[in-house]
Every structure is written in C-alpha cells, then in structure tokens.
Design a protein around this ligand. Structure first.
Ligand code: PAF
Length: 283
C-alpha cells in the first residue's frame, strides 16, 4: 500500500493505471474509518483492479461554527485499516495541497443542494461537490463508492456526474448499522454513553415510521416521528422529511419510492439517518 500526499503524484500514478486499462475504484472519506467505510472499501477491492482511498477532512464543506477543527483524525489507525483491507493507494493531501489559496472554483448542483441538510448547512454541498469533482479528476476513477446514509450527498453527486459528464460511475452502498440500529458515523465518536442511548432511538423511530406508513399517510407518519424524536433526551430536530427516492422532491400520491430522512442533534452532535420506503404512497 502506497501513501500519497501530492495531487500531481497520484494523478501520474492513476494515469498509468488508466493507460494499462486497470479499473480504478475510489472511496472518498474524511477518515475516522469504521465498518461503514470498510464495506465501501471491500466493494471496491472486489470490483476494481486498483482501490484508492482518500482521507481528507475537507475544510470547505464545514460551516464557520461546525466541527472542522475537532473532527477526529486517527490517521495511523485509518492507515492500518486500509492496509488490512487491501487498499492499493491512500491519498492524504494537506488542505493547502487540495485548496491552494489561489483556488477560486466551486461546483454547485442547484436546487438539490438547498434542500434538507442544505437548509441548515449553507455551502456544505458545494464544498462536497468541489472536493469530489477534484478527486475524480485526480484519480480517473472508473467507480466511486458512497454510503446511502448521506442520501442527499449521494443524489447530488450522481447529478453532478451526469451534468458534468464525468467518466466515474457512482456506486451507492447500503447503510451499515450497529446491532442497536444506530447508523455508523465518524461523528458517533463524539457521543457519550447516555447520548448514544438517545441516538439509537433515531433509527428505531425510522423503523416504526416505515411500519406506520403501511397504514397511515406520509404526513401522519412524519408527524409521529417528529413527536417521538422530540421526546428523545438531549435531542433537537433540524428536519424530519419524506422525499422522493429518485429526485428528493416532496412526496405526493404518485410517489412510488420514498426516503424518510432526518437530521437530529443529540447534545452537540448532529446525526443524519434515513430509511427507504418502497411502496405506493397514499397521501
Ligand atoms: O461523505 C464524506 O465523508 C464526505 O462528504 C466526502 C464525500 C468524503 C467529501 O469530503
């Protein structure tokens, strides 16, 4: 496994693989790797000739009062995980390497970036799209792997790839959960034991809502979910919303497949989660 810090070095290596007709897989991460990331890495190792993992806590996707500085950075542990899981290259650029001061370009996916999390994290998705676009151009990836926990991120990146004609195919990957149901996230590291108990109730609420939707309207199930989450100790809701699975538009009586998505603060930690509801929706 080779560790690369420079954009030009990775681009040169990736280009050689491209010319050799090796299929290149990219797993973009911000580090603090957990079983969720490992499932993405394993998929790439299985599908692709070459697996590149990027570890970069991207400053331009964090708002001013967000957790950029305290975001966990256990680099040695992350590198050991990559090695154990047969990664070929780990890309660990500095912030200055990825975004030199002269950098002025930002990628935006209008509309989609302003919904759900975008209402609360202004400029977040533009920061994500810009770094992901750069990673695609640096790695020439044939496939890039994204978890469905960040469902809005996934849909926005798919749209960016389509609109900007990137060669990279996006591979959506299932959410990995703890036995308790809690969706794995690097931000779970912030939770104390009591907060973790609260966080578990988010996924339980989503499961209940999925059941309720079989017999109730979407709006009724969402209302109940809001009630349940509001009563969780230490919780504060950013949003609980049901949106169309394909384009994140509001659900209607014609919606066939939906996602119930939530962003909830537990204490000082903001968690997101979602559940897919595949049925004809009665609204
Ligand atoms: O999902 C993440 O970890 C980040 O948003 C990503 C895609 C690595 C871009 O920084």
């Amino acid at each position: 496994m080779k560790i690369i810090k420079k954009v030009s070095e990775l681009q040169k290596i990736a280009l050689k693989h491209l010319v050799n007709k090796d299929e290149i897989g990219l797993v973009p991460t911000m580090g603090a790797l957990h079983e969720g990331h490992i499932s993405l890495i394993s998929k790439s190792v299985k599908n692709d000739d070459i697996t590149i993992v990027s570890i970069f806590v991207n400053p331009i996707q964090f708002g001013q009062n967000e957790d950029y500085l305290k975001y966990p950075r256990p680099l040695e542990k992350d590198l050991a995980i990559c090695k154990k899981n047969h990664v070929n290259y780990v890309f660990v650029p500095s912030a200055e390497e990825m975004f030199p001061r002269a950098n002025r370009t930002r990628v935006e996916v209008k509309g989609l970036q302003d919904l759900l999390c975008g209402r609360f994290r202004i400029n977040h998705f533009s920061g994500v799209d810009t770094v992901v676009a750069k990673l695609f151009n640096i790695t020439f990836a044939d496939r890039a792997y994204f978890g469905m926990k960040d469902f809005q991120q996934l849909r926005i990146i798919e749209k960016m790839v389509k609109d900007l004609n990137f060669r990279t195919k996006i591979v959506p990957c299932e959410i990995v959960r703890e036995k308790s149901g809690l969706a794995l996230s690097s931000r779970n590291f912030y939770l104390n034991p009591e907060e973790k108990e609260s966080a578990v109730l988010i996924s339980k609420t989503l499961k209940l809502a999925k059941e309720e939707i079989k017999v109730k309207s979407f709006s009724a199930a969402v209302k109940n979910a809001v009630k349940r989450i509001s009563s969780i100790k230490n919780s504060r809701i950013d949003y609980v919303e049901a949106v169309d699975f394909n384009d994140l538009s509001p659900v209607s009586k014609n919606t066939k497949k939906a996602v119930l998505a939530v962003a909830v603060w537990i204490g000082k930690t903001r968690l997101i989660d979602n559940i897919i509801i595949s049925k004809i929706v009665r609204e």
